[in-house]
Design a protein around this ligand. Structure first.
Ligand code: KIV
Length: 324
């Protein structure tokens, strides 16, 4: 994001200004507190809590089953993980298609309960009235055109949209309708690069592309695609910058191996008991005779701190809190 916005929360005016100045706009999805923190710390202050969370986080086949309650749960976590980002909440299937009043109520929940700063919804001319209603109520709206995943069954799959002259003109008109209705930007998903560039040049609001080429004013990607955390399929439009999936598998396997081989935990990860208290415990009548006589099973011995150890466990308080 530009320098002047680095100390405060990014606003939709900043996003629109970037288009005017010709600065590339970077957006990434985030779905929870840690991902939001990491994204912001990496220098991205424009985040989408996409309904893709249904696929990459919740394990659904498509985005269609995602509910308002699921979205809200994740939007709240993302907002808690940010200090200066503009957080856009994706309106799930059937949270706005049923009419402007439902849309207003649900979009309002994202801002009021979720703490989001804007909402996104799919569609063009068909949702322009709804977009206008939200904007009039003070809710910033991002549009979404091209392949709109909530209409996946209508399209018959993840197909590039706007390939014929008629379809391209429809897409252009949809983009104009969203801008006229007051949307502050529009996502273009799976559209031919040349068409997306044309739309971007014509439109006064920024286009944010995903699989729509380099001619868009900005780009958005799915966090899990970028980081190799989702391997059910890798979209052509994504570039994998890390293989965290493999890194996690390796780390988890190493932990399991350490436990099985009794290499973890060590004294470094354990907590010590005061020597006097321990001595008292060892002579206490409440401790079974067998244990005091040292005839107890190994695990009970360990519980009394009698394991052979070259290094004494720390009596310090843990520097990081225990999780449970
Ligand atoms: O839900 C989502 O993550 C999206 C992006 C793909 C733009 O809509």
């Amino acid at each position: 994001m530009s320098k002047e916005s680095s100390c405060r929360r990014v606003t939709i005016s900043d996003i629109k200004r970037m288009k005017r100045k010709g600065e590339p706009i970077v957006m990434l999805t985030a779905y929870d507190y840690p991902s939001a923190r990491l994204v912001e710390e990496a220098g991205i202050s424009f985040m989408l809590v996409g309904d893709t969370l249904g696929m990459v986080v919740l394990g659904y086949e498509t985005t269609i089953p995602v509910t308002m309650e699921e979205m809200l749960h994740h939007v709240k976590a993302v907002v808690r993980g940010t200090k200066k980002s503009l957080v856009v909440a994706d309106m799930p299937f059937m949270s706005y298609q049923t009419g402007p009043e439902d849309a207003l109520r649900n979009a309002g929940r994202f801002l009021q309960e979720g703490g989001a700063h804007a909402v996104k919804l799919e569609g063009g001319v068909n949702v322009a009235g709804t977009v206008r209603r939200l904007v009039e109520a003070g809710i910033p709206v991002m549009g979404h055109l091209g392949l709109t995943p909530q209409s996946l069954h209508q399209f018959g799959g993840f197909k590039v949209q706007g390939k014929t002259p008629q379809a391209a003109i429809r897409l252009m008109n949809d983009a104009e309708a969203l801008a006229d209705a007051g949307a502050f930007s529009v996502v273009l998903e799976l559209a031919p690069a040349a068409l997306a560039e044309l739309i971007s040049k014509r439109l006064r609001i920024p286009t944010i592309g995903i699989g729509a080429g380099a001619g868009c004013d900005g780009q958005v990607q799915v966090y899990h695609d970028l980081l190799g955390l989702f391997d059910r399929f890798v979209p052509k439009h994504a570039r994998r910058y890390a293989d965290l999936g493999q890194a996690i598998r390796d780390a988890v396997a190493a932990y399991a191996e350490d436990v099985r081989e009794r290499r973890f935990p060590t004294d470094e990860n354990s907590f010590c008991m005061d020597e006097t208290a321990l001595a008292e415990l060892r002579t206490s009548d409440d401790v079974p005779e067998a244990l005091r006589a040292g005839k107890a099973p190994a695990s009970s011995e360990a519980a009394l701190g009698r394991t052979a150890s070259s290094k004494k466990p720390s009596t310090e308080k843990p520097s990081t809190p225990a999780h449970a």
